[in-house]
Ligand binder design. Structure first.
Ligand code: SF4
Ligand code: SF4
Length: 278
């Protein structure tokens, strides 16, 4: 399964450090080197890689699903057991009334329909996310995962996005798949990082950048992934704190990207593919 494909993550503990910019620039650099590349936007709550390269999201190649509880009132005895046991507080019940399920809080864990003593709850499948494909160039594709708004747990959408992207990459004989993760160190980020060989951790020389870099490096190392560091806007701010983190984790700095007005303009105009090197 996709054995010859090099899987690389672009990640970062902090939002706004330029992770997606780096992912697009890196993809373009591989394309210039003659590689077939699939870029996967795993930031499913707020995907924006397509905006950076002016691609529409109009071709759906897969969907992810979640099961929500549906009540059969003819069976429910109003015992309240499901309300007591739901760990997400996603079930509300007025005294003497039927339980009400709150989708915005429900993660579809299935506990309620498995413990209801009279089988009054059944799972009902709904779409939790859509996965889009854009052909950007002859040998460059973008796969974008997009979770439905208000979804409590988006990790499974990331997992489905990766699955669809890897299958597509294998069918196309792609050389490299780049996974652009969300910011942070929560479950959807872990889902995106899993099974990648290298994780480029994008940071910036600020106190928050240094603090969050330490968090993501710790996570990446725990997952057994080779970490590398990219410092964005490296000539702004104070690098002392970043350097302390770098020394603590003993991770190489792959690249320092200086502030560039031309890059910022291309970013804001959806023209990042103009940059062949970075
Ligand atoms: S556990 Fe079953 S019977 Fe009891 S309140 Fe919930 S749905 Fe109704
Ligand atoms: S599926 Fe899980 S989270 Fe959702 S209402 Fe039932 S017990 Fe609560």
């Amino acid at each position: 399964m996709a054995d010859n494909i090099k899987k690389i993550a672009i990640t970062g503990g902090k939002g706004g450090t330029g992770k997606s910019t780096v992912a697009v620039l890196m993809a373009n650099q591989f394309i210039q080197a003659g590689k077939k590349v699939v870029l996967v936007d795993c930031d499913v709550e707020c995907p924006n890689d397509h905006l950076l390269i002016s691609q529409p999201l109009d071709k759906i190649i897969a969907k992810s699903y979640i099961s929500f509880p549906k009540l059969d009132k003819s069976k429910c005895t109003k015992c309240g057991l499901c309300v007591k046991k739901c760990r997400e507080n996603a079930i509300f019940q007025k005294p003497g009334d039927y339980p009400i399920f709150l989708k915005d809080l429900c993660n579809g864990c299935g506990l309620c329909w498995n413990i209801c003593p009279v089988g009054a709850i059944k799972p009902e499948k709904e779409v939790s996310g859509k996965i889009f494909l854009s052909q950007v160039k002859d040998d460059f594709w973008l796969v974008t995962g997009q979770a439905r708004s208000g979804l409590e747990e988006t990790g499974p959408v990331v997992a489905e996005t990766k699955k669809a992207a890897l299958k597509f990459a294998q069918d196309k004989g792609a050389d490299i798949v780049l996974f652009d993760t969300a910011a942070g160190i929560h479950c959807p980020v872990i889902n995106a990082l899993m099974d990648t060989a290298i994780a480029y951790c994008v940071t910036e020389p600020t106190p928050m950048g240094a603090y969050d870099l330490a968090l993501i490096l710790d996570l990446v190392k725990k997952l057994g992934i080779e970490p590398r560091i990219i410092i964005n806007q490296a000539d702004l701010g104070d690098q002392a704190m970043i350097q302390a983190v770098i020394e603590r984790f003993n991770v190489p700095v792959e690249k320092e990207i200086p502030y560039s007005k031309a890059l910022m303009q291309a970013y804001s105009q959806g023209q990042l593919l103009r940059f062949k090197d970075f």
